[in-house]
Design a protein around this ligand. Structure first.
Ligand code: NAP
Length: 488
């Protein structure tokens, strides 16, 4: 999981927090047009942050009781006269009804907080539309990514970033100051052409999660079908036994660890492919193909989904003995044993296998939890690069190795038992081992000194063909190595 992903702001633009040119703005009078949910929450937050607030409503008498007593609620024209910065908390469709105020609004800063109902709903952004209606005003887009709820509860609860854009630097700075005093982190998104992008942000549904979720669902479907054939359909066709009851818990519980294990290996496989590409081309400056780039960027989400499946597997496994079917089968076995006058069914090897299997599984889940926790931005930000890389890279790889041991102790010798090959299909665990073992072997190969050394040099900027390595005897008789450019 790349640290950059965790540390960077919602969007990769310049944070204005800590900008020395931002001066305290509290005490200033701020206008709010509209008296709806957003206007109300905004007024409360502004008042709490030390601003004087004047609200412009079409019906101030009726709406005044909804606002804190410190805020003045008056007619729209009266309100805009009293301030230079006005938040337009009105829907885009109603902007044109504000045109009567054009003269009083001239020369003032209008903050467009509006959102759309669909991505790229209109040709021009709402902010650009507002600017076209009020050419004598300076429009700043901002605060639309903050919900009324976040405004009311304060910046400590919810997303702290306020994305701001405008063609006027001074106006943008003023709005950034206000955001900062309110406890938010203003992020400079550039000029007005970014407004469309800012307006689309609240409408996007988990954009970074889409591919990992489809991947997890795809794997789940494949393994579920495979397990269903082996655990339910095979006994039905071969022995006319109805094992449908296994579907809700047993089949799901044998599918979840497969998905979790393969997903965990898919977190580390793109790193292996990237290293192979760098070794092959002898440079780190060659762009990875788009699919690999995308894959590398989604490692955090893939890892978190792997943890989610592992956690579900743990809960399902704990619930296995609670099932009535389990109790019936246990009693049936006991009765059979009594009829056959068997005193014990203790199999030492099975006992050991199970003890090791469970213990290793618990350790793997513990490590996965650690990986998941440290991928949270608040935790990741408290770690330095070395700590983060140790947890995500080293501990992550150890988690993969331990998960492999967990899988192997589960399978034990089943791969060599021909009864386990239902319809000639090998046991599921043997299939899951394929990708993780490839990753583990590749990682071990990368630790061989000759490969590790070359990879390290490439990652420090060395390029095949551009540099010639030379070895010189030093004054002490030892050998020292260096690099020189063949072009020089
Ligand atoms: P709302 O509760 O429906 O309030 C809209 C307000 O617009 C009304 O209270 C009304 O106040 C005023 N208005 C002015 N002219 C109007 C007209 N011709 N017809 C109808 N209303 C008129 O909406 P809201 O949730 O506060 O949202 C306001 C803006 O904030 C929207 O652009 C929205 O996209 C944006 N926003 C909202 C949230 C949120 O969480 N709610 C979050 C981000 C952005 P008066 O009757 O007093 O004039």
């Amino acid at each position: 999981m790349s640290r950059g992903d965790m540390a960077k702001p919602l969007l990769g633009h310049r944070s204005m927090e800590g900008d020395p040119s931002l001066t305290p703005a509290s005490g200033r009078t701020i206008g709010v047009l509209g008296s709806g949910d957003f206007a109300r929450s905004l007024a409360i937050r502004l008042v709490c942050s030390g601003f004087k607030v004047v609200v412009g409503s079409r019906n101030p008498k009726r709406k005044a009781s909804l606002f804190p007593s410190a805020a003045e609620v008056t007619f729209q024209a009266e309100a805009v006269k009293k301030t230079d910065v006005i938040f337009v908390a009105v829907f885009r469709e109603h902007y044109s009804t504000l045109c009567d105020l054009a003269d009083v609004l001239a020369g003032k800063i209008l903050v467009d907080v509006s959102n759309n109902t669909e991505i790229n709903h209109h040709k021009e952004s709402n902010a650009e539309y507002l600017a076209s209606l009020f050419p004598a005003c300076t429009v700043v887009k901002g605060f639309n990514v903050v919900s009324a709820w976040t405004l009311q509860s304060g910046a400590r609860d919810g997303n702290k970033q306020v994305l701001i854009c405008s063609n006027n630097q001074e106006a943008k700075r003023t709005v950034a100051e206000i955001a900062q005093v309110m406890g938010f982190t203003p992020v400079d998104m550039g000029c007005m052409s970014s407004a469309c992008e800012i307006e689309n942000i609240p409408l996007r549904l988990l954009p970074a999660w889409r591919i990992p979720i489809f991947l997890a669902l795809g794997l789940f479907l494949c393994f579920f079908t495979y397990n269903l054939i082996r655990q339910v359909i095979h006994p039905y066709i071969r022995e006319q036994k109805n094992k449908l009851y296994k579907i809700p818990i047993e089949v799901v519980n044998t599918t979840l660890p497969c998905v979790s294990y393969v997903m965990l290996s898919l977190v580390y496989l793109p790193g292996v492919l990237a290293a192979c590409s760098q070794l092959y081309y002898g440079t780190k400056y060659r762009r990875f193909p788009d699919w690999l780039d995308q894959w590398l960027q989604h490692r955090k989400q893939i890892g978190l989904l792997s943890f989610f499946c592992a956690a579900l597997h743990a809960v399902y496994s704990l619930c296995l003995p609670m099932r009535r079917s389990h109790r019936y089968l246990l009693i049936e076995t006991a009765v059979k044993q009594a009829v056959e006058k068997k005193m014990t069914i203790w199999v030492e090897e099975e006992v050991w296998r199970m003890e090791i299997y469970i213990s290793v599984g618990i350790i793997a889940l513990g490590l996965l939890s650690l990986l998941a926790i440290t991928s949270l931005p608040s935790i990741a930000n408290s770690l330095n690069w070395r700590e983060f890389s140790f947890v995500q890279s080293t501990l992550g790889f150890i988690a993969l190795v331990i998960s492999t041991l967990h899988t192997l102790t589960y399978g034990w010798s089943r791969a060599f038992d021909e009864n386990q090959y239902k319809f000639y299909l090998p046991p599921t665990y043997t299939l899951t081992l394929l990708v993780p073992c490839t990753v583990i072997i590749a990682k071990v190969i990368f630790t061989l000194p000759c490969i590790q050394h070359r990879l390290l040099r490439i990652r420090r900027g060395w390029e095949k063909g551009r540099y010639v390595k030379f070895v010189l005897p030093s004054a002490t008789g030892e050998f020292s190595s260096g690099e020189t450019s063949s072009n020089v």
